[in-house]
Ligand binder design. Sequence first.
Ligand SMILES: Cc1cc2nc3c(=O)[nH]c(=O)nc-3n(C[C@H](O)[C@H](O)[C@H](O)COP(=O)(O)OP(=O)(O)OC[C@H]3O[C@@H](n4cnc5c(N)ncnc54)[C@H](O)[C@@H]3O)c2cc1C
Length: 434
Amino acid sequence: MVAEADLGERIMRALILRRVGLIQSGVGGPLIVGDDTMPDVARLQNFLDRNGYPHHLVDPATDEDAASFVAAAPTCLRNLPWVVLADGTTLRNPAETELARAIGMNAGRSGTVVYDVAIVGAGPAGLATAVYAASEGLSVAVCDSRAYGGQAGASARIENYLGFPTGISGGALTGRAFVQAQKFGADLMIPTAVLSLDCSLDDGYFAIMVDGGERIRARSVVIASGARYRRPPIAELDRFEGKGVWYWASPVEAKPTTGQDVIVVGGGNSAGQAAVYLSGLAAKVDVLIRGPELADSMSRYLIDRLAATPNIELHRRTELVALEGSDRRLERVRMRDNSCGRETERDMRHVFLFVGADPATQWLEGCGVGVDKAGFVLTGQRAGAHLETSVPGVFAVGDVRSGSVKRVGSAIGEGAQVVAALHGYLSGAQQATA
Ligand SMILES: Cc1cc2nc3c(=O)[nH]c(=O)nc-3n(C[C@H](O)[C@H](O)[C@H](O)COP(=O)(O)OP(=O)(O)OC[C@H]3O[C@@H](n4cnc5c(N)ncnc54)[C@H](O)[C@@H]3O)c2cc1C
């Protein structure tokens, strides 16, 4: 693929077009049996969508074949959803890891291989590191606990990324990077959660411990684990997560909002983008912000777009205080206008929360990598080593890094930049061993 550029391009193009064709036509890949109001159907669809994996949904209530297939199972095994694979294997409401293993998504890991670099996180920063490192001949492992794309993967339209004047969805941008990293030979292990990092160098290598008990060994490590959405302190929030309360707005969550009212909480760019995106489907989008204005937290172009969209209404100094509903879905919310203390209740099935993010660095506890008060990774304490952490050979890029600019462009830039530092470290380490 790399040595024969022309041939490589043709193969790459053919494979990408085939994949896009399968996704668009909704005919290939695993079959999800269930109905689209089930939270577990949304979970499975979301996982496959976010990983660019073709799949389709059949509902036994409307599809005769699916109905007779389900009816043929013993009564005690009829709880949906199921996932049926091409070879006939039926998985009953599988966890993401089980599904990934069954469809061969999460292949290449091996305790005996020592990689030049292990990257934790396949968001823009991790993918950029993987593409630049693998294209420059380093052996690369990338682990992500959920899907490629990170936070950017949840963005319906990124309008400020260089070279895309009409914008590009985060999924499309990072999907290309994911394929590009594979083309250059990086091993992408998704979903694989990293639980801890061992910097003791007992056997001369760093080791990352992943779920399932395996160890991935590497000569250097790049921390690109970004940030995780914050969960506001609202009573019963966990009861309604995935049942009307969402932390991202991809087409899977957006579709059921068609013609209905929606609440978006938050005053940042991600909230603004979601509100604009949802306004194209929903009857009305109410945006709730705690402060008096958006100017400090949202880009000007989004503020203007919100103001120009007739079915978006901004509620200043307002927050959600309670959620109510059944076991199946969110039905009502209570909001408080903090300027007068008045609380109002209203019927609501869709709430999207975008209230910031905390660094995903719990897995670094006890390994010696320094973090700031908020948990972001400290870098650059040594002169000339801008992206190196307090442990030589361990680097940090993107949103997880203390003081980083929280943007796709800067995450990608740091991913490209860190590869020079990796080369420097690896050649120094090699000389020391010699
Ligand atoms: C909805 C939304 C819209 C946005 N829109 C824009 C925009 O228009 N323009 C812009 O410039 N920026 C935008 N941003 C910000 C931008 O997405 C981030 O700055 C960027 O994604 C940061 O990239 P990253 O790779 O550093 O981290 P992340 O994107 O956070 O990726 C980190 C990855 O690490 C993985 N991970 C975390 N912990 C572990 C672990 N222990 N084991 C394995 N994997 C782990 C996560 O699953 C994740 O995939 C948006 C953000 C959001 C949420």
